[in-house]
Design a protein around this ligand. Structure first.
Ligand SMILES: *Cc1c(COP(=O)(O)O)cnc(C)c1O
Length: 372
């Protein structure tokens, strides 16, 4: 029994990916130990923040870094930093920023929902959101016309959630920012490359600690030293409502230290998925195969193609029943409307593929019994 079951909650088998709604990442034992050790001792928080900044700088190639509660908190704090700087009275006034340079320019196709609204996080930091262009079409001219003496920063979102076509590239946005001498903030929350956007010339870049990095619930901002100092200063203001604890900071740093030295588990994961497919090969109406990640990454998922006429239930019905059970099983369902369910091996804990097979067989059995 797991810790969550001690509190009366059902067991979750996550075969979907990194989902905030399912708790993002299950951390490596080394990260868990760091969290635990850090929580049982005291530290000078200011010193810890500065030391964390140095480590983040080393990993990202930036001048300095600032831990946050998550990427969403990182957005609010970055925006607050470019608006209020280190000026205490201004910091304490946010999110009210009337009379200050407070406009944040963002392309319309980047005004996304990542689980919450990105423009709301910008507003939380005192930013007045200026959306430019249309949802599927932004020209360079739109951006240049939006910039004026009230502009505090340009905000760029690097994410699969953002509209990919018809938007201006990060290169273009950085060159505009340089031309007008305004900072550019990049939300790279779920990105795997921790150095790329800093190397391209972004002033502040935001990452989530619980996504690609597989750390605890946390995040960080990296970038120019003066702006990062302003980010840290926001913990005397709105940042206090987004506090990141000593445990999370140490867990994040430990995950960052592991990042890049992570062992390649793709072949073992592929074997586990082959095993799963082998176990269900006799079920009529489910055809299993291994498919590589659409983006070409070394991820090999088990793909179950459902023939609803033969199986007696649709992919959607099977998904519903997997999620309803205890343990509740969550699969990757982007293609469910065409009868395809994917099992992602990365978040599966040891042996959970066996529980998935068992549950699928049970559901198929029940359906079969009802139909005779
Ligand atoms: C997930 C995500 C966030 C929020 O990250 P948290 O660490 O959960 O706060 C922000 N922006 C984008 C693009 C995201 O994908």
């Amino acid at each position: 029994m797991g810790i969550y079951q001690d509190f009366g909650l059902k067991q979750i088998i996550n075969a979907s990916g990194k989902m905030t709604a399912l708790g993002a990442s299950a951390v490596h034992p080394e990260v868990a130990k760091a969290l635990s050790d850090a929580s049982m001792d005291y530290v000078d928080i200011h010193e810890l923040m500065l030391a964390a900044g140095k480590i983040i700088a080393t990993v990202t190639g930036a001048e300095d870094g600032c831990p946050t509660s998550g990427a969403a908190g990182g957005i609010a704090i970055s925006v607050a930093a470019v608006i209020a700087g280190t000026h205490l009275t201004r910091i304490e006034k946010l999110p009210f920023s009337d009379g200050l340079k407070n406009e944040i320019v963002i392309q319309k196709g980047h005004a996304i929902h990542f689980g919450a609204s990105i423009t709301q996080m910008i507003s939380l930091g005192g930013g007045k959101v200026v959306e430019v262009g249309q949802a599927n079409h932004v020209e360079k001219k739109h951006i240049m016309e939006a910039i004026n003496e009230q502009t505090a920063a340009i905000f760029y979102v690097k994410s699969h959630h953002a509209v990919q076509k018809g938007m201006q590239s990060l290169e273009t946005m950085i060159s505009i920012a340089k031309e007008y001498q305004i900072p550019i903030i990049v939300d790279a929350a779920a990105e795997e490359d921790l150095r790329k956007y800093i190397a391209m010339g972004a002033d502040l870049v935001i990452y989530s600690g619980g996504k690609a990095i597989e750390g605890p619930t946390s995040g960080f901002i990296c970038g120019r030293a003066s702006l990062i100092e302003a980010c840290r200063a926001q913990y005397k203001g709105i940042g206090r409502a987004m506090k990141v604890g000593k445990e999370a900071i140490v867990g994040l740093l430990t995950a960052l230290r592991r990042y890049g030295f992570k062992e390649d588990l793709s072949q073992e994961q592929r074997r586990r998925m082959l095993w799963l497919i082998e176990q269900i090969k006799d079920i009529n109406g489910i055809e299993g195969s291994i498919v590589q990640d659409e983006a070409g990454r070394d991820i090999y998922r088990a793909q179950l193609k459902i023939d609803s006429k033969v199986l007696g239930m649709s992919a959607h019905e099977l998904i519903r029943r997997l999620e309803e059970g205890n343990p509740a099983i969550y699969t990757r369902n982007h293609y469910a409307n065409i009868g395809i369910i994917n099992i992602d091996p990365r978040p599966l804990l040891p042996g959970q593929e066996q529980l998935i097979v068992k549950r699928i067989k049970e559901i198929v059995e029940e359906t079969y019994e009802h139909s005779i």
